[in-house]
Design a protein around this ligand. Structure first.
Ligand code: PLP
Length: 378
């Protein structure tokens, strides 16, 4: 098979000598968990974001669960959030027997619309959970004006910056990052919760470790906790990934710029939707590139386009489906089509294209040609 005919994968992590060296050091040390790499990774991550504290956890989902508990969300509460997200952001609310109350999204940034969120607030609302979807910063200043506790789902948004220059995750609200293998920084599986509040950090650290307070003996637990720890092996990977983060983010931004140029014709001629540009919500906002998601023109069948791309060796997926229309949410809460029209329109037309640092010009051209052919097909 020639290089030109090889398939283009959807995502691919960047790993190198530093990862190997730091992970081997942990293996040789014999301390694979609850060791020094955990606080070292947390400190390095917090410093990078300009926030006081960070707690490493076993996944973004685990981090969301602990952050919601730290925000005081409990049985019977409501949490206003986006239906255009990965399902974990809503599921984490259910873990505490609270109810996710969805509100529609902004058609440009695809983030929770602050006006719609405000309209969804009731006397039962305990928190707002904005998601920085596809790495684009949500309008935190608008959510802060609601005067409610905020938990940020920043799982897709490492490297993103708000209009005021503060890094996403640096505002002091509990903000949750995910380190699954397709993320800007990966530890295989893993996550991090940042916070400006030392008491929240203490609670997160205790609850991720079976409810054991820092000064307690091994088997004394003063509260309910979980095993949401991240291992030293994973934290060593994270430290190595942090060292190369700037380069990886720059490579993702370059891949996005190459796509934007290659797809400009399809955008203007047939109405292919491209991700919004930096500053689309407010000047100064910057995306931390995670995925490159396009929207097929209205009237085209997205799944047919996906099949045509796959036939041409281009891996892609329908990303993201609307949470409220998933069968579990329909059955549990009676959600139906038509509730959140912007979200539903975007979700029905979205396709995630291959996207990772080091995506070559040739691969971008290959994907763009395949997309053009797919959109020309009847
Ligand atoms: C927006 C969003 N929230 C939550 C998560 C959950 O993170 P994890 O898979 O690490 O549990 C993800 C990860 O895919 C995500 O993209």
């Amino acid at each position: 098979m020639t290089a030109a005919r090889e398939g283009v994968p959807l995502a691919r992590p960047v790993l190198g000598d530093t990862e190997e060296r730091l992970v081997l050091e942990v293996l040789r040390s014999g301390q694979l968990s609850l060791g020094p790499r955990v606080p070292a990774f947390e400190r390095a991550f917090a410093t990078r974001l300009g926030v006081a504290h960070a707690s490493a956890v076993s996944s973004g989902t685990a981090g969301l669960h602990l952050a919601l508990r730290a925000a005081g969300v409990t049985d019977g509460d409501e949490v206003v959030t986006s239906p255009f997200s990965f399902v974990a952001s809503a599921n984490a609310v259910l873990f505490e027997r609270a109810r996710p109350v969805f509100a529609d999204i902004d058609p440009v940034t695809l983030n929770l619309d602050p006006g719609a969120a405000a309209a969804a607030v009731t006397q039962h609302t305990a928190a707002v959970l904005p998601v920085h979807i596809f790495g684009y910063p949500a309008d935190l200043e608008a959510f802060e004006r609601l005067g409610l506790p905020i938990v940020e789902d920043a799982c897709e948004a490492l490297g993103a910056v708000h209009a005021d220059g503060v890094a996403v995750g640096g505002r002091g609200h509990p903000a949750v990052f995910g380190f699954y293998a397709n993320k800007q920084l990966t530890t295989g599986e893993g996550g991090m919760v940042t916070t400006g509040d030392a008491a929240v950090k203490e609670r997160l650290d205790a609850e991720r470790n079976q409810g054991r307070a820092p000064d307690m003996g091994w088997l004394d637990h003063d509260r309910l906790g979980f095993n949401y720890r991240l291992s030293d092996l994973a934290c060593a990977l994270g430290l190595a990934q942090l060292e190369r983060l700037d380069a990886m983010l720059a490579a993702r931004a370059a891949a996005a710029a190459a796509y934007r140029e290659a797809l400009a014709g399809l955008a203007s001629e047939v109405g292919l939707g491209l991700p919004c540009e930096d500053g689309a919500g407010a000047p100064g906002e910057r995306r931390g590139w995670f995925v490159f998601v396009v929207q097929v023109p209205r009237g085209r069948d997205r799944d047919t386009v996906i099949r045509a791309l796959r036939e041409r060796g281009v891996q892609c997926k329908p990303y993201l489906p609307a949470i409220h229309l998933m069968s579990y949410y329909r059955e549990a809460f009676g959600h139906r089509e038509g509730e959140f029209p912007v979200c539903e329109d975007v979700a029905a037309r979205s396709v995630a294209l291959p996207f990772f640092p080091g995506l070559t010009e040739g691969q971008v051209a290959r994907v763009s040609e395949a997309l053009e052919e797919a959109l020309q097909a009847p």
